[in-house]
Each structure stands twice: as C-alpha cells, then as structure tokens.
Design a protein around this ligand. Sequence first.
Ligand code: GLA
Length: 760
Amino acid sequence: MPDLFRRAPAHTSTPWRSLLSVIACCAFVFASAPPMPAQPNNIVPAQIRYDEAGRTFRMDAADVSYIFGVNQSGELQTLYWGKRLRPADSIPEARAEPGSSAFDLPVNATPQEFTGWGGGLVVVPDLKITFPDGNRDLVLHYVSHAIRNNALTIVLKDISRGVFVELEYVIDPETGVLARSACVENRTHEPFTIEQAFAATWNLPGSADYQLRYLTGRWAGEWNLQQSALHPGKVVLESRRGSTGDEVNPWFAIERGSQPDQDVGDVWFGALGWSGSWQINIEEDWARRVRVTGGYTPFDFAYVLAPGQSLETPKFYGGYSSAGIGGASRLLHRFELDSIVPKAPHRRVRPVLYNSWEATGFDVNEANQEALAEKAASIGVERFVMDDGWFGERKDDHAGLGDWYVNPQKFPHGLRPLIDKVHSLGMDFGLWVEPEMVNPDGALYRKHPDWVLNFPGRPRTEGRHQLVLNLARDDVRAYIYGFLDKLLTENDIAFLKWDYNRNWSEPGWPAAPLDEQKEVYVKYVQNLYSILAELREKHPHVEIESCSGGGARVDLGILRLTDEVWPSDNTDPFDRLSIQDGFTYAYSPGLMMAWVTDSPNWMNDRSTSLEYRFLSSMQGGLGIGANLNKWTPDDFATAKKLVAEYKAIRATVQAGALYRLISPQGDSEYSVTESVARDGHEAVVFAFLHSSQQGRPYPRLYMRGLDPDAVYTIQVQVGKLADSSVQRASGDYWMHHGVGVSLRGDFQAAFFTLEREGTQ
Ligand code: GLA
C-alpha cells in the first residue's frame, strides 16, 4: 500500500453500545455469578485508511483486511476481503470490469459494494425505488466519505435525483467483524416509495469451489446445519413471518474447498441484526463470482419516504476466518459477547436457573412455586423463574394473554410472598411474559379488537389461540411498555423470559394511511427494540431472555437488547446435542440456555440418566426444568454436585473458545466439545455416546487450542479414562497423543478438565 493512506484510530462504539455501557455501570452483581473473564490484551488495533491517489479505502483489524475503491465510473467497487494483508501489499486500483458480452454488462461484472436498481443492473440490487413520476431508474455513485471514530462513512447519490445513501462500515478490532448498514435519505421534493432496502453487498473472492452453510429448523427442531456446494444461481434465505423465524436463521457461512475442515481453511460468514422479516441472497454468476446481499425482505415491502425523511437498514455483520468454520464460530462468539450483548464486554456469567414450565405447566400457584423454589435452592440454583400461567384468566393457552394482572385465585396476595420467599432462599426471581400477543378470549381484546394485525372484513387466523398485537401502533407500544414498566417497578424482578409464540397472519394496519400500511414490518420491530431499550434503561438490573416458542427469535438485533436466548423447546438431552451444536455455528454457547428436565423426556419418550442430562445442558447456560417433587435424595445429591462443578467451569464454557472435536451432525454416534478458557488456564471437555456398537471403543480425543509447551493435569469429573496412568503432560501430548475415554452402553457421557499448571 502506498504511504498516502490516512490513519484513524479504531473503536466499535455505536449509540446502542454507549447506552448499554452506561447501563453496565449500574449493574447488579451476584456474588456467586462473577463477571466474564477479561480478554488478554494482545489485540492489534484496527486501522482505517484512505489513499487519495487511488481513491481506495482499506480497513485492517485482527486477521482481516477489507479493501474497496471508487472506480472510473464512480461506482464503489470491492477490491479485497479476506486474510489480513501486509501493510506494504499494493492492491490494484478499482477498474470497472468490462463484461464478456452484450449480455454481461460492466455494471453486473463489477463487484459493487452497494447497488441501486437501474441502468443495466440484473443482479440483486441493494436498493429499489419507485418515483412518483413512474421512473424507477436508480444509479448510485460515490460522492464523499468521512472517517470518524473508527466508522467509515461513504455517501452515494443517484446520478440525477436527490437520493442519498449513507453507507456505514464499523470494523471490530478484536475479531475483524465488520458491521455494515445503509441509510437512505430523500432530498428530492416529493415522496418516493422504497420497494427494497438491503444493508450491503458482500463480494467474495472468485472461486469455483465454495460450500455454503446455513441453519434451518422448525418448532422443537431448530438449528439444523445445512451444507451444500455453491453453483451458479441464487440461494435465498428468508423469513416472511414478521419475525426472525426458526425455518431459517439469518446467518450464513461460505467455505472455500470441497471438503472443508473444522479448523483449517478460508471461511466468510455473515449475520443480519434484524428481528423482523428478512432476506439474504447468495448469488453466483457464470464466472463464479459470489455476492451476498441482505436486509429487509422485499416481499410485501413498501416504505414511503417523504422529503427530508430517511430509512435505515438493519446491520449486516460480516467476517472472515482462516481457521475454518470452527474459527469463524469462535470469532462470532467473541464478537457477540464482547460487542453485541448488553453490558458487553463485562457481563455476568449466566446464573443457574430453575424454570417451572415442564414441572407445573399453566397450573402455577403460590404454594407449588414456593415448594419448587425450596428444592431448587437446595441444589445451588441462583435464579427461580415462574413461567406461563400466573396472570389474567390463564388456565391454559386459550385465554389470558394481554391481561397482565396477577391471577387472584392463584396468587391471592400478589407476587410479593413468592418473590420474598425466593429471595430468602438466596435466589433472584424471574417471570415469563408474552407481551406482543393477545387471546381473543380476554379483556384486552374485547376492549381493543382493532389493536391486532388484521385486514378488515377478513378472518383473523389464530395460532395457539392467540393474535399478534400491532406493535407498530403507538397506543399498543404505550400499553406494552406501560404494563411491563409497572410490573418491574412494583415487583423485585431480576429477569424476564420474553416469549413470542406464533408467526404473523393477515399483516394489515388499517388505521395507517393507505400508502404507509406496509411500513408495519419495520415499525413493529423498531417499537419492540425501543421498548426493550427503554425498559433496560429504567430497570438496569433486569436481564431478559429472548424466547419464541424456542429459538424462533435469535438474531444479532434482539441480542443487542437481551442477555440470553432459549434455543428450543425440545429438552430431550440427546436431541439437544445436535440442536446446540447447530446453534453454536452462529451464536455463542454463553447465550444459549439449556435445561435438565424429566426422564423419559416428553419429546421422544427417551430415558436417560440424570448425569447424561446434566452434561448435555452444561454445554451452555445451565438451567433445571425438571419436576423436583419427583426427585429422589440421590437425584438431589447428584444435581448438587454437578451444579457446583458447573459453576467452577461455566466461565470457560460460556465465554471460552469452542472446539467441536466430534460433531453430532449427520446421525453421528458421538458428540464431543472442548472449551478452552480465554486465559488458557483450563480446557473443559464433554463427551457423549449414543450407543455402543459391535464392541467398538470410543474414539480417541485429540485436544485443540492448548499451549503446546504448558503442562496440564487431567481431572475426570464424570466417566473414566481408558488408561489413567498419565495424569500430567504437555499441551502437545494432549493434542497429539490424545485422551482415551472409556464410554460403553447407551446414552453415556463423560466430563473432564485439563488444568494448566502454574495458573492457580
Ligand atoms: C413457549 C416457550 C416455553 C414455555 C411456553 C409457555 O412454548 O418456548 O418454554 O414458556 O411457551 O406457554
């Protein structure tokens, strides 16, 4: 690179982050739930530089370089995204590609950073507008740029109209993850309609050998990892459900090479920060050029911008790893915990919680919750959460939603006695809510039938006997904020499990002006985010879990405002191995709650030992959801021991570096994870066996991510080693000679740690 590059110091602040760091100052800290361990301070700072001569922008952070320039046509052209280059490496200036024939115009052959639909563009555009005169041509060219506080801003403008687009790039110094977004502004004299608005186009280096991974699912079967070769054509990942959805999660990873390795190889990945309907397109052309675009789904989308108004897209995060898909996950995990979630980077570890749902269902009352609370406290639980059933006329899922008063039959003295009891047992108290929904059989709906999403004169399709409140409406927003604020003000509540149990139907907003009715897709989510932000500001000690019938609302947008997620209603400990494994491709184990529930489990009628169930759940944030009234004294003793052991290793599991030693994907008989502490002082291993076959021994395990020269001592907490004669050895020994575990039978599990010497 020529020396002409101007430097600017890097940082990762955004308005949200500043707000949340203020919140962090007032955080309530549990003695038994310490903050996450600090990050070793070996981060090379990020740099953003601009070369005036070549009109080239270069961002370098962690192991990543991202470079683009302005070409002779005025387009913003991607020049490089991948492994960090040397400072002196020179990149050819941006030059529009010529195209190969009359069918392949330069505008499509040139990898552009952000395109308007206009001229001869036939690839997926980022922005599509219809102007009031019927003209739909939009051609965006570079106008100016600014480098401020580690954010690079580029302004594009249509070649004749006052349509301005401000592109923002913020690079994370620790991981090289880029956050990109666009803000469209109408500086014409008339309103126009945005028909499609994406955050960014990511252009990958040319290759004919890419593998795409993404995550699909359904209720109680979320986080299925899909993998397929990329070919010319287009893959569309999308939710049209009004929320993130579990059918596809807004995350992708693209690996170079036909047989990608977990921890070796080039991987580009990305995730959208948006909790409404969304779309990601992965488009490959005849020349094997791959472009990824994403933002609001264009399906049923229209957003009218009056003169002077602007629309901001969701953030589209993108990253690169040279350490395979495993390395990509580890970067994302670190980025999420250190830069996305509230209170980052110093949030608490997840407390061990108890949840009443699988024990008492809707049938909660003061006596049965207090009895469960006593038992939960006896095994070391730190947070007691009462699930559905405590409010309105809630006896089952037919009634109650929307009527957020405490049910007087179940809790004659309000929530206070239960909360006091929970506190007296040394736990904090959490409560289930589903604020965005209403049962037609309820007082709120009878009073405000117009508050739900609906098309007048058409049926109102129910899901789980409930309808979706139209949160885009200001009165609905005020109602929801109002009842939650009151609940949190009047009761000492430390945690909300915020549920959302259906998809949208009939997404009409009849009270809005005709041309603004489709804005419901954007304004609903904006109001959801603003309620969460306002509640967090006013009640800074409250933590929130995002739940949507399991994992149907997990994305980097909701995670800016919530502390953890419920990945699946499926609590079968064997099914959970692959569900949790899939989850961690995109999201940190430190965000993922996992409960120990009853055996046989309701999902598959499968019986497993309590130890097996615990070890499965100890791979994330541990919770207990079993009916403790049925436990034997032995069960309590086992649980107490394992909860204590979990507390000793949870910081490593939740915030450490995850290595998938054996993946449970593809009906594997085995599943093994290893988590290495951030400061390297220990590694924690969980190993699972589905069923022994033909007397085959359990596969030997080769550790990863250890310091080759340090000495580690092995300690087995559950299970036994095939040969226990060597207890102390070097990192190289454990990584290359490996560990033999003796696991035989059906649904067996082991748990051991490697402690580095000299660190305690
Ligand atoms: C959803 C959640 C469950 C439970 C029920 C309560 O299904 O995912 O965990 O809270 O609602 O109705």
